[in-house]
Design a protein around this ligand. Structure first.
Ligand code: PMT
Length: 339
């Protein structure tokens, strides 16, 4: 079995950091120090899916499913509870507050109208928009929300590690709420072709770099006849490193997404045993908007469900479990396992 520390050293030695890493660290350092001095609780919410580029000059990539609804909605709830939030999200996925008016079947312009050559919010949307605006303004005034972004799995992991290390001194006042959908497989930099993959064999690249010698590793993508063959490697499970090394005293909540109901709870329990963190929140792709299962050592298995009659879309068209005021009031204690 690979030593997790060695896997970490190898991964970060091989995969170059994102261009904005230093800028992100500077912003996060100031944010953490300010809220630490104020004695505030701080949560890192990760949100959205990570990509796996297939070429160094990326035209094609593999993506992970996630619109960022869970992360953006949860961030609003943490802010409401007085937390300072670092929101590490996939670029262009949903953001707290603005999510109510974006990624919608309607344009945000549909909420507006012209009134005497001025733009105003339509009467019917005034109360909801005022409520969202007030929350947003309050959070902005307190400087309690820091928004950082990633695109690739490597950018995500660099940011996660550096921000976690900055939050380490806060001990249990630091929480990690890992709702991002993180790729399990990737193309290592030293096996990545430089240019766009060609469908015509005559133009296929035989090595990862134009002037590479014969000792260079074979590319992870190659064409065989008219087929494209992709040979991915596993991304090390950095949850172990987060729990043991980057933030050993922090509260760590991970998510587990499955499509097969019969394995969801088993996999959540497995993750809890393996990484020894605080809580795994399990959800199924098809029902994730209405139900989740909390799996922890203290409380075992607990389902939280939005009651049937509340499963309608919100005014902004974005339904979500944590967005429902009813959800926490309708917890099914110790629901039998689906497994
Ligand atoms: O954004 P939405 O559309 O609302 O969807 C929300 C969601 C379904 C994406 C979210 O609720 C969710 O389930 N997110 C986690 C999905 C996922 O990546 O599961 P996983 O089995 O790949 O990873 C489980 C945990 O291990 C994650 O918390 C991740 O941070 C961690 N991990 C994963 C891969 C990896 N190489 N290292 C890790 O540490």
């Amino acid at each position: 079995m690979t030593d997790p520390q060695q896997a970490e050293r190898d991964y970060f030695a091989n995969e170059p950091p994102p261009k904005d890493l230093q800028a992100n660290i500077t912003l996060a350092r100031e944010f953490v120090a300010r809220h630490d001095a104020a004695g505030r609780r701080l949560v890192l919410v990760t949100s959205g899916g990570t990509t796996v580029p297939l070429e160094a000059q990326t035209v094609r990539y593999i993506d992970n499913f996630s619109a960022g609804t869970r992360g953006a909605t949860s961030a609003e709830f943490f802010l409401r509870q007085g937390y300072a939030v670092i929101f590490l999200h996939r670029q262009f996925s949903l953001l707290p507050y603005s999510r109510h008016y974006s990624h919608n079947t309607r344009s945000f312009l549909d909420f507006m109208r012209e009134d005497h050559a001025r733009v105003t919010v339509d009467e019917q949307h005034q109360p909801d928009m005022l409520d969202v605006l007030r929350q947003y303004t309050h959070v902005k005034r307190d400087g309690r929300l820091l928004i950082l972004s990633f695109v690739t799995v490597t950018e995500y992991l660099w940011d996660l590690r550096e921000v976690a290390r900055l939050m380490r001194p806060l001990g249990p006042r630091a929480m990690f709420y890992l709702a991002a959908a993180v790729s399990d497989f990737f193309v290592p930099r030293d096996r990545m072709v430089e240019h766009k993959i060609q469908s015509n064999e005559d133009f296929a690249q035989s090595s990862t770099h134009p002037d590479a010698d014969a000792t260079v590793l074979p590319p992870a993508t190659r064409t065989e006849g008219r087929k494209l063959v992709i040979d991915l490697e596993p991304v090390p499970k950095f949850l172990k490193q987060l729990v043991d090394g980057w933030a050993p005293d922090g509260i760590i909540v991970s998510f587990k997404l499955e499509t097969d109901p019969s394995i969801l709870v088993k996999k959540a329990r497995y993750a809890l045993d393996k990484y020894a963190h605080h809580l795994v929140i399990g959800n199924l792709l098809s029902t994730r908007k209405w139900e989740v299962v909390f799996v922890s050592r203290l409380e075992g298995e607990r389902w939280i469900r939005v009651p049937e009659h509340r499963r309608t879309k919100s005014f902004s068209g974005v339904p979500s479990l944590v967005g429902s005021a009813d959800a926490t009031a309708n917890q099914d204690q110790a629901e039998p396992s689906q497994s």
